[in-house]
Ligand binder design. Structure first.
Ligand code: ATP
Length: 340
C-alpha cells in the first residue's frame, strides 16, 4: 500500500542565538505541501530556505510551530525515523566504495537481502543513466555523475518525502538542464513528495508544481510557476521571478498616488504615442529575442523584450514605450504588496 505523505508546516519559526542577539531565520511559516507535489522553496541567499528544509528533515528543531509528515506531527521524531531522504549539494559519497556499493548502502544498513539490493540499485542506476558505471569509484566519475549517484542512493530508500538542497549547483549549465529534466521525470515515476530548495528561479519555474517564495524568513507567496509570474503578490516576488526582472516605475507614474506600477519587459512596447520616453543605451541580441536597455528621465532604467526584426531600435534612439492597462501590475508603494 502506498503511503500518503504530504508535509505541513504550521506557524514554524526558527531563531538562532548570535551572541547577545537572535537571528530569526524562519518567521512563522505556514505551508501545505500536498502528497506527491514537487514544491520548490525559492529565495535569495540567507532567506531561510535551507533552515526550513532542515526542520522538515529533523536536523534542526523549530523554536516554535509544528511540522507534520502525513498525519504525524514529527517535531519529536528523529531524522532517521521520518521516512525522508535528503540530497545535498555535496554528494557525500563513500570514495572507496564502487557506485553500486554506494547506491546499495542504505539497503545494506536495513539488512535487505543481497539479491534484492542488487536489483533495486540496478533499477535506480538505469533510471539515472548510471548502469554502465556501476563498478567505478566516485573519483572516476564526473560531477554530474556523482550527483546522480547521490540521487540514486536516495531513491533506493523509497522515501515518502525527498528533500533536496541545491542538488544541482555544482553542475555546469548543460548538465544542470539535463538533470532538471531527469528530476521532473523521476518525480513523475516515484510516489514521493519532493521539496526542493534553490535560489535559482529558472530551476524553480521549470520543475515545480508550486513555488514557495521566501524573503527574510517569511513566506511571500505560494503558487504555480505561472501564478507567481502572472500575479506576483509583492514587489519582491515580482522582481525575483523573471529574467530580466520586472520594470518597476517610480511611485505615482502611470498608477496614481501611492501606487507603483510594474511591467514585464515583454509588455513594455514601443509605440508612437507611448507615455514613457527613454533613450536606448544598450541592445542585447539573444537570437530569439532582443533586450532593449533604456534610461528614462521619469521612469529610470527600463528593459524591453522585443522580437528580432527591422523595428528594433538602435543605441542612442529616443523611444516612446506604452504599457497597456491590462499588463500593469500595481503595488502599494509603501508596503510593496500587490493591489487588486
Ligand atoms: P543559502 O542559499 O545561502 O544557503 P538560505 O536561504 O538557505 O541561504 P539559511 O541557511 O536557511 O538560508 O539561513 C537563514 C538565516 O539564518 C541566515 O541569516 C543565516 O545566517 C542564519 N543561520 C543559519 N544557520 C545558522 C546557525 N546555525 N546559527 C546562526 N545563524 C544561522
Amino acid at each position: 500500500m502506498r503511503r500518503v505523505s504530504g508535509v505541513r508546516l504550521s506557524g514554524v519559526t526558527k531563531k538562532f542565538d548570535e551572541g547577545e542577539d537572535q537571528v530569526t531565520a524562519v518567521d512563522n511559516v505556514d505551508l501545505d505541501v500536498a502528497d506527491h507535489e514537487f514544491m520548490v522553496l525559492l529565495g535569495p541567499s540567507g532567506c531561510g530556505k535551507s533552515t526550513l528544509l532542515r526542520m522538515v528533515a529533523g536536523l534542526e528543531d523549530p523554536t516554535s510551530g509544528e511540522v507534520f509528515i502525513g498525519e504525524q506531527m514529527v517535531n519529536d521524531v528523529a531524522p532517521k525515523d521520518r521516512d525522508i531522504a535528503m540530497v545535498f549539494q555535496s554528494y557525500a559519497l563513500y570514495p572507496h566504495k564502487t557506485v553500486r556499493a554506494n547506491i546499495e548502502f542504505p539497503l545494506k544498513v536495513r539488512r535487505v537481502p543481497k539479491a534484492e539490493r542488487t536489483a533495486e540499485a540496478h533499477r535506480a542506476a538505469e533510471a539515472l543513466g548510471l548502469a554502465d558505471h556501476m563498478r567505478r569509484k566516485p573519483g572516476q566519475l564526473s560531477g554530474g555523475q556523482r550527483q546522480r549517484v547521490a540521487l540514486a542512493r536516495a531513491i533506493v530508500r523509497r522515501p515518502a518525502v525527498f528533500l533536496m538542497d541545491e542538488p544541482l549547483s555544482n553542475l555546469d549549465a548543460k548538465l544542470r538542464g539535463d538533470t532538471r529534466t531527469e528530476l521532473v521525470d523521476l518525480h513523475r515515476r516515484l510516489d514521493s513528495t519532493f521539496i526542493y530548495v534553490t535560489h535559482d528561479q529558472v530551476e524553480a519555474m521549470t520543475m515545480a508544481s508550486r513555488v514557495a517564495v521566501l524573503n527574510q524568513g517569511r513566506l511571500e507567496q505560494v503558487g504555480t510557476p505561472q501564478e507567481v509570474y502572472d500575479h506576483p503578490a509583492s514587489v519582491f516576488v515580482a522582481q525575483f521571478i523573471g529574467t530580466p526582472p520586472m520594470n518597476l516605475l517610480p511611485a505615482g507614474l502611470l498608477g496614481g498616488e501611492g501606487v507603483r506600477v510594474g511591467v514585464r519587459p515583454e509588455h513594455l512596447l514601443p509605440a508612437a504615442d507611448g507615455a514613457v520616453t527613454a533613450r536606448v543605451h544598450q541592445i542585447e541580441h539573444l537570437g530569439h529575442e532582443v533586450l532593449v536597455l533604456a534610461e528614462s528621465e521619469t521612469a529610470g532604467r527600463l528593459v524591453s523584450r522585443l522580437a528580432p526584426g527591422p523595428d528594433v531600435p538602435v543605441v542612442g534612439d529616443s523611444v516612446r514605450f506604452e504599457v497597456r492597462p491590462a499588463d500593469m501590475h500595481r503595488f502599494d508603494a509603501t508596503s510593496g504588496m500587490r493591489l487588486p
